[in-house]
Design a protein around this ligand. Sequence first.
Ligand SMILES: Cc1cc2nc3c(=O)[nH]c(=O)nc-3n(C[C@H](O)[C@H](O)[C@H](O)COP(=O)(O)OP(=O)(O)OC[C@H]3O[C@@H](n4cnc5c(N)ncnc54)[C@H](O)[C@@H]3O)c2cc1C
Length: 343
Amino acid sequence: MDRGSRGICVFADNADGRIEPVVGELLTAAHRIGEITKEPVQALLIAEDCAGLVEELEDMAFHQIYAVETRGVSAFGDDSRSAVAAEMLRRVAPSCVLIPANDAGRSLFPRVAVKLNAGLTADCTELVVARRGNGEYFIKQNKPSFGDNVMVSIVHKAGRLPQMMTIREGVYETYQGNSPQGGEKPEVRVFQDILAPESAVSLLETLPFQGSDDMLSSDVVVVAGRGVEKTGKIGGKSALEAMGEFARKIGGALGGTRPLADSGLIPFENQIGQTGRVIRPEICLSFGVSGAIQHTDGIKDAKLFIAVNNDRNAPIFNVADYGVVADMEEILRALMERMERAG
Ligand SMILES: Cc1cc2nc3c(=O)[nH]c(=O)nc-3n(C[C@H](O)[C@H](O)[C@H](O)COP(=O)(O)OP(=O)(O)OC[C@H]3O[C@@H](n4cnc5c(N)ncnc54)[C@H](O)[C@@H]3O)c2cc1C
């Protein structure tokens, strides 16, 4: 596939008969690219039963929806689904494919890339449209690399299409714009003649998800930084435990900076920043965080941001709406005592 390729294609990831929320985020990225390149925004849907999913996509501001039903092939049948996805992309011939950097996207699309002899950039945190000397648009795919120690910008070779990339969840907001055709339904094409080959994978049992995505959905996030390591016990608990309890009591979630995740004090899923998660809570309360850009990039969309740090020159105060120059132990103790009194 090369110069005739046109369209910004979003992989319409789905589970349990619903389109995954991350697809709305990728739709925002796709429309931003499309505004510049004037290409249509397309959905690539692969599911055992597409009917309800197509209806859901029809209300989501796509220009075109392409679907294949893979009856008898579960969502884990990547050997079969990748053959289907590759054939769909050969026919649709988009210039780029936006894929969520979740388990499904990370597992399926490396196989698709091999089948198409195309490149695949993983875990992008920013997509920038640029133009070559011959007028051709291309995407600069920015992402952390080399053990997440540097930011790199990856570019596909000229004419090597489609440009495929996985994008981290939470980087883009869910698409809020209008339907591109002024309320008209998008064009839907179900490829009846693309048949899913038999998969070598059988699904034996499905277990409910045990983890939690609280931090992404909470209105309040309490963020711990390395200051916790320099803070004494509060009511017999470590500063981090006290913060977790405080977060729970106010109905919020606990997140933290990368050094805390690196040392295993918080799970990686709760790391906030360029190489962690991007959060958009109503209120973000940060304790003992210096404010490195790699961290604050993950909280810049909080509606109200309050930071506590005992160093008045800490960069965190440049981005906070309210800054408290104080020992975090003192502030946490006061907050915990007030919560106790309030019951
Ligand atoms: C490519 C790359 C990607 C990265 N990605 C991320 C990322 O996704 N997320 C991330 O968080 N970091 C990331 N980092 C690391 C980042 O640059 C910082 O090193 C990190 O955010 C610092 O964490 P911190 O603020 O907890 O620790 P520190 O920088 O050590 O800051 C601790 C702060 O606590 C304050 N403090 C100490 N004691 C107290 C007290 N008693 N009361 C109040 N305040 C106190 C200090 O004044 C200080 O400001 C990345 C780095 C690179 C190079």
